[in-house]
Design a protein around this ligand. Structure first.
Ligand SMILES: O=C(O)CCC(=O)C(=O)O
Ligand SMILES: [Fe+2]
Length: 519
């Protein structure tokens, strides 16, 4: 037994080079190589060698093999394919290869290996390009090396009490919860982070003290993960090698998102644009101010011109009321433009907030609210509007509510809203088919999808374009109701019974009756 001092490579002379076992190993390696790489072994010496049972997968380090080879020959190329239990040496001459073969084959055992190494001559070796793993980064990924100094790293590490490394399963950080850029600072040991998208697989070595910046496609569409293992195969200037992993500590920085995600990677995106998840009371009234009231103020005349006929089922409800009924139409938007139009038609009009009706309890005989509460941007505000209507209604008084339905096609029939779109395909000025898909609402830091008019609803909360005659475009906020949603909301309001729920031309409708006073 001999050993090499400077490398700690222990060489054991096993003298097994020509026995049956070594022939069997060579034969098996020959088949594997042919199958894996379509490369043949050779019975006669060539300048290429394959180490049949030693490679990155068996845990051999490039440096260890280099130490052995450097002592034997002056020039060679060592090729260590990733994911393989064998590797290749191309020597300058057959003589050099023979020297290596005679020295290694069946004779030496490297630290950490089970038995001696077996060697074969091969006709060729795989090209380096084929064995290097893909070295380009996913689009949007940046790595800044030496982002912190060694001293800063030490300070950070000594303040922490970490658990053992356990790897990170492949994942995409949730789109709806975090903004685009994600930063990760690596401390302690380097390790490989694996990025995957469909059949693409990229290993990125994260050195200690580096900062990884994930944006765009790398952040939204590629999974990242860290395989739990004790060593990593890494690329060095000389080629691939194996590097032991110590404990790695990472700091990940993410910015919490307000509003939905508008990435271009829909198939990976979980955003459903439900305002319930991200609109608080303050945001809600700001949103309604800009995207309901201000818009109706601008479009009131044009809007009124487009409303010519009473809806038949609303007429029917009104017809069912006794003569002399005091009716509250919690009706048009509170914009002064619409209020003036109603005034001109001799209605008694009052501008107020439908969440705080300026009427006494039990003071009106009937209430209608047609296409109003879908402009309220939280569930709580919609519930409150209903409860206000019920409050001012006298016992046994009736209330009719219409809201826009998410379902614009029911029982195989399209609503007028969809049909109208089909009829007027050519009248492009009536239909906004612009491809704008999202609007960033800077006042309230949220983003909402913009609906394409006369098409089915994809989201529950969105902005719907209104095009004025001159072509000017406005966006109105809507929450469209799904089947049962309106009824469920009404059930949460006390002192009221649901008399009827129905679907009418793309709207969900309820008729409520206020309960008799409980003594
Ligand atoms: O450890 C890292 O660098 C990344 C951690 C990560 O992917 C995560 O927490 O989402
Ligand atoms: Fe992550």
């Amino acid at each position: 037994m001999s050993s090499s001092d400077e490398t700690n490579v222990i060489i054991e002379d096993h003298k097994e080079r020509n026995d049956k076992k070594s022939l069997r190993k060579q034969k098996r390696a020959h088949h594997r190589l042919l199958r894996d790489m379509n490369i043949k072994c050779s019975d006669r010496p060539t300048q290429h060698l394959m180490i049949c049972n030693g490679g990155l997968v068996t845990g051999i380090k490039r440096e260890t093999l280099q130490c052995v080879l450097d002592a034997l020959i002056s020039k060679y190329v060592l090729i260590m394919p990733t994911g393989k239990s064998y590797c290749f040496i191309t020597c300058n001459s057959k003589e050099d290869a023979t020297c290596v073969y005679n020295y290694i084959h069946g004779r030496i055992k490297l630290p950490g290996q089970n038995g001696p190494l077996y060697v074969c001559y091969t006709e060729i070796v795989p090209s380096i390009d084929n064995v290097m793993s893909n070295s380009t980064f996913p689009p949007g990924l940046t790595l800044i090396e030496n982002f912190v100094t060694k001293e800063q790293e030490e300070t950070l590490l000594t303040t922490l009490n970490w658990e053992n490394e356990c790897g990170i399963p492949p994942h995409i950080d949730t789109h709806s919860v975090f903004e685009d850029t994600i930063l990760s600072l690596s401390l302690g040991s380097a390790c490989i982070m694996n990025f995957k998208k469909e059949d693409r697989n990229i290993n990125v070595l994260l050195p200690a003290r580096s900062l990884l910046i994930m944006t765009g496609e790398a952040r939204y569409a590629w999974t990242h993960g860290i395989c739990p293992r004790h060593s990593d195969v890494i690329e060095t200037e000389n080629g691939t090698t194996m590097q032991e992993r110590g404990i790695r500590v990472s700091f990940t920085f993410r910015k919490v998102r307000r509003g939905g995600c508008c990435c271009n990677f829909k198939e990976y995106c979980d955003t459903r644009f439900d305002t319930a998840t991200f609109v608080d009371a303050k945001t809600a009234s700001g949103l309604e101010d800009s995207y309901v009231h201000k818009v109706y103020e601008e479009i009131s005349n044009h809007f009124s011109e487009t409303r010519r006929k009473q809806w038949p089922n609303v007429t029917k409800f009104l017809g069912s009321l006794e003569e002399g009924t005091l009716l509250l139409d919690m009706g048009c938007d509170r914009s002064s433009g619409l209020a003036d139009i109603c005034r001109k038609r001799s209605f008694e009009v009052l501008q107020c907030d439908c969440l705080y009706l300026p009427y006494r309890n039990n003071s009106v005989d009937a209430v209608i609210s047609i296409a109003v509460i879908h402009h309220l941007s939280t569930r709580e505000r919609r519930r409150r509007a209903i409860s206000e209507m019920v409050r001012v209604l006298r016992p046994t008084g009736k209330c009719l509510i219409y809201v826009w339905a998410k379902e614009q096609r029911k029982d195989s029939t399209d609503s007028f809203y969809l049909k109208y779109g089909k009829k007027s395909k050519d009248e492009t000025e009536k239909i906004d088919r612009s491809e704008i898909s999202h609007e960033r609402i800077s006042e309230c830091c949220l983003t909402l999808p913009v609906h394409e008019n006369r098409t089915n609803f994809v989201h529950s909360d969105m902005l719907v374009p209104w095009k004025k005659k001159g072509g000017e475009r406005f966006l109105r906020y809507y929450h469209v109701f799904q089947e049962d949603e309106l009824a469920k909301l009404c059930m949460e309001v006390s002192a009221v019974m649901i008399k009827e729920v129905y679907y009418d031309q793309g709207n969900w409708c309820v008729i409520l009756e206020k309960c008799m006073k409980i003594a």
